[in-house]
Design a binder for this molecule. Structure first.
Ligand SMILES: Cc1ncc(COP(=O)(O)O)c(C=O)c1O
Length: 400
């Protein structure tokens, strides 16, 4: 379908309520079709999946599994390589804990980057401590890009996994993941890509990418909160220890021991977030309706307009952007605290983010504790950017 921003916006009830929403890197708004898929589930077919033999249980199972198929197709994976988790955070924790249980050996090295969200730092710190592993970081340069010039020295014989973000949630920087995955594959190093930010903005084919794990959250691509995805190569998933154990993930249980089901069920213990998984399938269907190149062209031009608009405001300092950046920009305003800026914008129903954005190592790099961030989605417009400028000028006038 042709992308027309006005028609697109019409699908989002919250946006049509006069809200200017610029916190899309945090979570995206939901179109009516996604909201409806959740109410329809609870209204018509609420039952547990993979258990009942009655009609609504079969309908619920069909919809849940159909959603897995939609997501698999979206990133070119096999159905059994798609595991429903709660979020990106849970997907990374699952891999970290599971590899800790039966893959890593003492003194093995894990490589991450200084650009990570805390959810791709803390799990590795935790298992490094617990299993005596060494955690290393690919540094950031002063422009907010990854500095891969010393990569060959950072990777050693002991490096067993590289886990990195595809797109920074603070700077919008897009990392050269293809290059790093290719180096890792030649050295038999596992790779995990955190696509929480890129999933809405960069088309993904996990087979071409050839990474071992790929994770994202449904709510960053118009799906509900409470559902995330872990993609893993089939052979790896089947050789991994499960993270959560209990109902449904088993093959046989005796009083003495249990054997496990194959992927994906081995990693989906207990009753899953059924309505959320179905809602995510609907969100991907919604996303796929529109021509990606048109959407991409629209948001790239809007991003350029946002940058030019912010640059025209005296006293604003922008952090790291370039032609390849995702539609995210962080900034500070002379002597005004980031929280004051966000709170005052809120009085005009403009939502932007203030804080460390769960990425303290990046802020430490720039000697900051708090920063403002505007992140765009396909429903944002130039008029909204103009209103942002108008409100920012007022705030600067009052507070300086
Ligand atoms: C790059 C990145 N990774 C991971 C996450 C964590 O996502 P979630 O909170 O949905 O688990 C985020 C959330 O903002 C993110 O931007």
């Amino acid at each position: 379908m042709k992308f027309d921003v006005n028609k697109y916006r019409d699908q989002f009830p919250i946006i049509n309520n006069n809200l200017i929403y610029f916190d899309n890197a945090s979570t995206t708004q939901k179109p009516t079709s996604v909201i409806k898929s959740i109410t329809d589930f609870y209204t018509d077919i609420n039952a547990n999946v993979h258990r009942g033999t009655y009609q609504i249980a079969e309908d619920a199972t069909f919809k849940y599994e159909n959603s897995r198929k939609i997501i698999a197709k979206f990133i070119n994976a096999k159905n059994n390589e798609i595991i429903f988790t709660k979020s990106t955070t849970e997907s990374i924790n699952l891999v970290a804990y599971s590899l800790g249980l039966n893959f890593f050996k003492k003194n093995d090295e894990i490589l991450i980057t200084e650009m990570e969200h805390h959810s791709n730092i803390v799990p590795w710190q935790m298992i490094s401590k617990k299993f005596n592993l060494v955690l290393k970081y690919i540094p950031l340069d002063n422009e907010g890009q990854l500095d891969v010039s010393n990569l060959s020295e950072l990777i050693t014989e002991k490096t067993k996994l590289i886990s990195m973000t595809h797109m920074s949630n603070v700077l919008g920087s897009v990392n050269p993941i293809e290059k790093i995955i290719s180096i890792a594959n030649k050295k038999n190093i596992l790779t995990l890509i955190d696509a929480a930010q890129s999933i809405s903005h960069i088309p993904i084919d996990v087979k071409t990418l050839n990474c071992d794990y790929f994770v994202f959250s449904g709510h960053k691509i118009m799906g509900p909160t409470g559902v995330g995805i872990l993609y893993g190569k089939e052979n790896l998933l089947n050789s991994m220890e499960p993270f959560l154990t209990g109902g449904h993930m088993i093959k046989d249980v005796t009083m003495k021991e249990s054997t496990y089901n194959l992927s994906p069920f081995k990693f989906e213990a207990g009753t899953p977030n059924i309505a959320q998984a179905i809602g995510l399938g609907e969100a991907i269907n919604f996303y796929n309706q529109y021509d990606f190149n048109e959407m991409h062209d629209y948001i790239s031009k809007l991003y350029d307009y946002l940058i030019e608009t912010l640059k025209s405001i005296e006293g604003i300092k922008l952090f790291s952007y370039n032609k390849n950046s995702g539609p995210v920009i962080s900034f500070t305003i002379n002597n005004i605290h980031a929280y004051d800026v966000a709170k005052l914008l809120d009085t005009s129903k403009i939502c932007i983010r203030a804080g460390h954005h769960c990425a303290q190592p990046i802020l430490n790099k720039f000697n900051l504790e708090s920063i403002n961030r505007v992140s765009l989605y396909y429903y944002n417009t130039k008029q909204e950017v103009d209103l942002l400028k108008k409100s920012l000028l007022k705030i600067i006038k009052v507070l300086t």
